[in-house]
Design a protein around this ligand. Structure first.
Ligand SMILES: [Zn+2]
Length: 477
């Protein structure tokens, strides 16, 4: 039970169990201002999306540019080779040359879009409603002629005349489209209107599957997608990190986690979501905001003393779902709002135990410092100052560490390796197979120096991930 009204929502569980996820990161996501993925990045993202179990991948609009064409072709090829299982979708305008290009890529499905509101018909297409109907019918049939699955996207469907929209969907269906996407192009639907809208359309024009493509202009996209599924939509369009035109569409991670929380249905492998988050942050150059739900840095970071006390007693007090669900962990901010329990918990996490008296003094000192964020190091310093004892783990002499390094796919591994070898303290750099690219052996006189070296390694351009292990003791041969 999530709320006392959950039972009412639960009756929609079967709808959420069968809903398909279409990820459009590679198509809609690349329409985010400033975003352009390389072909290799697209292949990597597609593989990861497939790995977590996304049902459909909208790979791009092949007629837009040669590299987009090439990416769609290669993703379609991966499907043919059995490297991925997801259905591969190619986007297309309702013109023959676009459809030809899309068909050439050998994608599983061609998705043809056409604006169907009077605003789009008049301002963009300059066509009458009747003219548009015949174009839609003709182009869907033309694409069908290639022997592929066809989706028709009714662009700006949420602002179209409802009776006319029925005619549009009938036309597309009768011409051979097995799916019709009703696009909320400017994000004006709400959960309630979306549900009504889809209920109406499913009843008025049956025997075709409906997709919801919801934009987030009013921050409603995720909620709209929920309403649409409750109304009968059987596919939801999402992107990783919510990328897309303007402010984007439904974020994959948020939709997947919300469905899990409310219906206990795991549509995709939730444990793979954070890796996708980071990958798309890196390749798009757009970082997720700190306060983004589910995936933002602050999603499980607790601050007020009362909150932290609650969390320490039972995490459910201030968490809708446990961070472990998506492979994350909770943490506490230490600042002037902090309570005794948080400081105690934080110190214990750092392996430091202090008596109550010292704890109170540390807390007073923290409240006086008025820092926005107190780092672990600063906290230990305060604790040492107050207690008059050395509390940090003693520096052992001659520490040794091995660091596994993942190199950005855009960076040249050889040059990263060379720069690493130039760092003082780095004794050996080897290229390795597997999840990481390089193995670095470091020797340092003490932990402090080691940490400085590690910071240099982590901050080096071209390095996207590291995993450090301290050598405990050398075993004899
Ligand atoms: Zn869109």
């Amino acid at each position: 039970m999530v709320t006392p009204f959950s039972d009412e929502l639960r009756k929609y569980r079967p709808a959420f169990e069968r809903v398909k996820i279409l990820d459009a990161t590679l198509r809609e996501g690349e329409q985010t201002p400033g975003v352009s993925f390389t072909i290799d990045q697209k292949l990597e993202i597609a593989k990861k999306l497939d790995e977590i179990g996304v049902h459909m991948i909208e790979a791009g609009h092949p007629a837009v540019a040669p590299d987009v064409y090439e990416a769609v072709r290669r993703i379609a090829w991966m499907k043919k080779e059995g490297e991925i299982r997801a259905e591969v979708v190619a986007h297309s305008r309702a013109v023959k040359s676009d459809i030809d290009k899309a068909a050439e890529t050998e994608a599983d499905r061609i998705a043809i879009f056409y604006g169907v509101s009077d605003i789009h018909l008049n301002a963009k297409h300059k066509k009458t409603r009747e003219e548009a109907l015949s174009i839609i019918g003709e182009m869907v049939e033309y694409a069908k002629g290639y022997g592929v699955k066809v989706r028709f996207t009714a662009e700006d469907a949420s602002r179209a005349d409802l009776q006319y929209l029925e005619q549009v969907v009938k036309t597309a269906r009768d011409a051979g489209a097995d799916r019709v996407s009703l696009a909320d192009t400017v994000g004006v639907l709400t959960p309630w209107t979306a549900q009504k809208f889809f209920e109406h359309m499913v009843k008025a024009v049956p025997n075709v599957e409906y997709d919801i493509h919801a934009h987030n202009d009013l921050g409603m996209a995720l909620a709209t997608a929920f309403g649409a599924v409750m109304g009968g939509a059987t596919a939801v369009h999402v992107t990783v990190n919510g990328l897309g035109e303007r402010v984007g569409i439904v974020p994959l991670q948020l939709f997947a986690v919300a469905v899990k929380v409310h219906f206990d249905v795991e549509l995709v492998k939730l444990s793979g979501l954070m890796e996708l988050t980071r990958m798309v942050e890196r390749y798009s150059g757009i970082e997720v905001p700190y306060n983004m739900p589910v995936i933002g840095d602050y999603a499980f970071l607790h601050k007020a003393g009362v909150h932290v006390a609650g969390i320490l007693a039972d995490p459910r007090t201030y968490e809708a779902f446990p961070p472990e669900m998506i492979g994350r962990s909770r943490d506490y901010v230490i600042d002037k709002y902090t309570g005794k329990k948080a400081v105690k918990a934080k110190l214990e996490k750092l392996g430091i135990k202090v008596d109550d008296d010292t704890l109170m003094k540390i807390l007073e000192e923290i409240k006086r410092s008025n820092l926005r964020f107190l780092t672990d190091d600063a906290l230990i310093s305060i604790a040492e100052k107050v207690s008059g004892k050395v509390l940090r783990p003693k520096a052992t002499e001659n520490v040794e560490a091995v660091v596994w390094v993942k190199v950005d796919s855009n960076a040249f591994t050889g040059s990263v390796a060379r720069r690493l070898s130039n760092i003082e303290g780095v004794k050996e750099v080897s290229e390795v197979t597997g999840d990481y690219d390089l193995l670095v052996r470091i020797e340092a006189p003490d932990h402090k120096v080691l940490n400085t070296i590690l910071d240099t390694v982590r901050g080096m351009k071209g390095i996207v991930g590291t995993h450090t292990q301290i050598v405990l003791k050398k075993l004899e041969k």
